[in-house]
Design a protein around this ligand. Structure first.
Ligand code: ADP
Ligand code: MG
Ligand code: ZN
Length: 501
């Protein structure tokens, strides 16, 4: 039996301690080939089919640097507002592990390609926090071990282990923040928001698949506590490979409550790596942390230094795509949105769909209202992603156009959208099949108006006598008779005309 770890109530933690965070994110680049050889850089594949003497570390094999890998690193550095080194080198990080056949990882140590940057991160309530970036450096991924026979896939209790070197040598960029201080109770949220913002940025750059579930984006969360008012950082733990955005938040929060309990009991926090347990949201000890000296770093003798020309760096800067933060600002201005409307739009996960609907000719407000209100609810009810709904931006734009031209009322438009979602065809076909067109033919409307007036002669008299607001009852009767397919405004006009008021 494992002892249940003591934790402190979160409210008390943030009353007594200031958390300090440090986030290390590893991102696999989506280059065609690996960082130092010509092997394919592809996720999965039959084990040990994307390997060669270089990435297997065979004697005499020499590395050749992948220029696209360097380009990706520089673009990430620029997007994170970093300085780009005029000259830097790779270093050997020496340690043994079976998934690393060279016996050292080719990495960067004190000469990262990018350093001193920042990323502005938007929290759930719209507040923007600037997270400072210490460095982004290049390295290579390791292979993968598969532990067979144990209960959990962990090495403990396994009968034997298998090794797959397909991933060995895949280009990896490690992005490290400076210590993030002063976040108080929002520290866990900041951690999640940072990793999310970083994912969005990398997605916009198109440098990686950024799939946390497949390991192309991995996050280690460093957390420490210091008593309120203290200035010296406490001892940190590093929770490894947390594999979803929500887990990042949970892991930070749990570590805060665990460390606080250790500290108030008079204990000390051990500097160590820890593992996050998805199932119960706790962390458990990994290994005590090595120091940089343990790795005996030295400059890589088989690769020449990297000296990216300023012309190249400026060219890469010029050709950066629009960054997510800039995009938010642009959309807010162009569509004239309040902070809440902007937040709801982004939280709905339908920004691209709304943009595409606007591109198909819909007004931004109409497009937004369809996706963020009506269709988001439909997606919710069907427990599916909004982007997976069987309706296209062009179809939504067509429905909006039919409302605009007066051919559909809002109520009928919702019926049309439901028809499209039910697979009944294009909006115009649904209108046709379900007979949803607004009755705009005056003669049909007049018949209904006359019938309604005849049925309620007292009301007809009132209208005639000048009580125009009494017409509402007749409008209601006509709408009922036409199954809601009449244009109410036109009906009212016809009533007034008819009674001669
Ligand atoms: P390591 O080699 O241990 O992975 P790194 O420098 O790569 O160290 O990353 C350490 C991370 O932890 C950085 O983001 C750094 O800002 C952060 N950090 C450093 N000291 C503390 C601390 N006392 N508490 C929390 N985070 C810290
Ligand atoms: Mg590190
Ligand atoms: Zn290779």
């Amino acid at each position: 039996m494992t002892a249940v770890a003591e934790v402190m109530d979160y409210a008390e933690v943030v009353e007594r301690f200031d958390p300090v965070l440090g986030l290390e994110v590893h991102v696999e680049l989506n280059t065609k080939t690996k960082m130092f050889c010509g092997c394919a850089n592809e996720f999965g594949g039959e084990p040990n089919t994307h390997v060669c003497p270089t990435c297997l570390g065979l004697p005499g094999a020499l590395p050749v640097l992948n220029g696209k890998g360097v380009e990706g690193a520089i673009r990430i550095g620029l997007a994170l507002n970093c300085e780009i080194a005029e000259w830097c080198r790779f270093a050997r990080k020496n340690y043994f592990y079976p998934d690393m056949p060279k016996n050292f990882q080719t990495s960067q140590y004190d000469e990262p390609i990018a350093f001193n940057g920042y990323l502005d991160v938007t929290l759930d309530d719209g507040e923007v926090v600037r997270v400072e970036i210490e460095r982004a450096h290049m390295e290579e991924d390791t292979g993968k071990s598969l532990h067979v026979g144990g209960a959990t896939g962990r090495i403990h209790g396994a009968e034997h282990s298998l090794l797959d070197y397909n991933r060995a040598g895949v280009p990896l960029i490690e992005i490290v923040t400076k210590p993030i201080v002063g976040m108080g109770e929002r520290a866990p949220e900041v951690a999640r928001a940072y990793v999310t913002a970083l994912r969005d940025l990398l997605l916009a750059l198109d440098v990686s698949d950024v799939r946390m579930d497949q390991g192309s984006l991995r996050c280690d969360a460093n957390v420490s506590l210091m008593p309120k008012g203290a200035t010296e950082f406490g001892t940190r733990t590093e929770t490894k490979n947390v594999n979803s955005f929500r887990s990042v938040e949970r892991a930070v929060r749990y570590e805060m409550t665990r460390q606080a309990a250790v500290l108030v009991a008079g204990g000390t926090v051990t500097q160590e790596t820890r593992h996050f347990q998805e199932a119960d949201g706790t962390t458990s000890p990994g290994r005590t942390k090595e120091t940089a000296e343990d790795y005996r770093y030295f400059p890589e003798p088989d690769l020449v230094p990297i000296a990216p020309s300023r012309e190249w760096v400026e060219e890469l800067r010029r050709t950066l795509p629009e960054m997510p933060a800039a995009r938010r600002k642009r959309i807010q201005t162009e569509w004239n949105l309040s902070a809440e409307e902007l937040r709801d739009l982004f939280n709905s996960g339908a920004v691209e769909l709304v943009e595409a609907t606007v591109a198909e000719g819909a007004k931004p407000n109409d497009a937004r209202s369809w996706w963020v209100n009506f269709l988001a609810q439909e997606a919710n009810a069907r427990e599916t992603e909004i982007s997976a709904l069987p309706i296209t931006p062009a179809q939504v734009a067509r429905v909006a156009a039919l409302v605009d031209s007066g051919e559909l009322t809002n109520k009928l438009a919702r019926e049309v959208v439901k028809g499209v979602l039910a697979g009944e065809g294009e909006p115009d076909e649904v209108v046709e099949k379900r007979g949803l067109k607004v009755v705009s033919d005056d003669s049909a409307l007049l018949a209904a108006v006359d019938a309604a007036l005849a049925a309620q002669p007292d009301i007809a008299d009132k209208i005639r006598g000048g009580k125009v607001q009494a017409a509402g009852a007749i409008v209601g009767a006509v709408m009922k008779a036409t199954k809601g397919q009449a244009d109410a405004k036109r009906v009212r006009e016809l009533i007034i005309e008819r009674v001669g008021a």
